[in-house]
Design a protein around this ligand. Sequence first.
Ligand code: ADP
Length: 440
Amino acid sequence: MNTILGCIADDFTGATDLASILARSGAPINIRLGTPSPEVEAGDESITAPAAAPFEIIALKCRTSPVEEAVSETRNALHWLQARGARQFYWKYCSTFDSTDQGNIGPVAESLLQQLAADAAGKRQTVYCPAFPENGRSVYQSHLFVGTRLLSDSPMKDHPLTPMRNSNLLELLEPQTRMSVGAITRNTIREGSDAIRRQLHRLAEQGIAHVVVDAIDMSDLRAIAEATIDMPLITGGSALALHLPELYRQRGWLNRSESIPSLPKTRRASIVLSGSCSAMTRNQVTRYCQQAPSFQLDPLKLAMENQLEQAMQWLDAQNEHDSVMIYSTAAPERVCAAQEQLGRERGGELVETALATLAVHACNNGVQRVVTAGGETSGAVVKALGVSTLQVSREIAPGVPWTFSRRQGENLALALKSGNFGEEDFFEKALAILDETPEP
Ligand code: ADP
């Protein structure tokens, strides 16, 4: 199968979010956890690893990495996708544009543009489209809104790693890029794809490489997708991808008959691991605490009281047929208190390492169903589990599909949820879907 769209996501839940949008087309999708190395492709794993799909997504964990590291990792990923023959490339970041002035969204886009320019007649322009109207993210006059509030007034202002205190995407991008930044505002977007194309051309003539596009509803996204279908690189949240499969079908690039795989059988025991402190996850955790045995991790206790050992013992004492939850999810005051004592990075690292270790422990003891909440958290968990490719299956909630993989000769079902996604009943809803597939 030829690859049509090659995507690079800056975190693991970003990859599953994009996958769930593309999966609505019915076409198969692979998520590669890290760029596959030549050794892996040539070795044992190639026997079980799925063949290339029309949509290939490389999930990285580079949202908060130092810039040079993120640039180097994304260049390798692009190289792999280019070698699969992808016709268009997608740099996927969060719909809340998570990054700091030292952040990676702009520098990575710039470096990918340079890498692609060699192939694509020197075209050095891309669009930035974080809007996701279905999930309440819209861009107007280059300002990003979360629901009815500006990003800087939303709960994202208190994010543990990337607190978003500015909503102006031009101002966020400018310090990150060397080439010029410009905008296409809603007045042009709503005129449709031809008007957008003309405006992109005008901006290119002025040397503007980075173009922030307004979008407040789905028809805006469609017009932007149409106008940029010949751009080698597009960037954004996941929603811009919604119309791509249909556009590729119209061009005869994508077959109608290809279909996503159904979920394989897994044992009933499951674990929910939550390291996200986002407002929606806090509600989800509060609700699920009333339904499943739960254990709360605390970075200060992990640092000072070896709480990981206690959590491990607690996990071993649970009934192996039940669903359990382990979480570090906490309110902003508590996160701040931990960060003041331990530092932002150390606090996050302690929690991520603990959740990842517990995930491995659970799976080594027979758990085949894992739900994770939090982008960084999910990245840490799947890396520790050592899985390399996820095949995408049914969508649980907008932006979150069930995925499956093989680990130590068994099926493993994984739902990786970005902090803000899903409704309050997300955890029970996700696991109920698996109950519909019979146990082995
Ligand atoms: P989200 O998708 O909501 O942004 P992430 O997992 O990406 O969630 O980010 C949350 C970060 O906060 C992680 O690095 C995690 O380790 C850290 N964290 C989680 N719980 C706590 C806590 N109680 N105190 C301090 N940091 C925490």
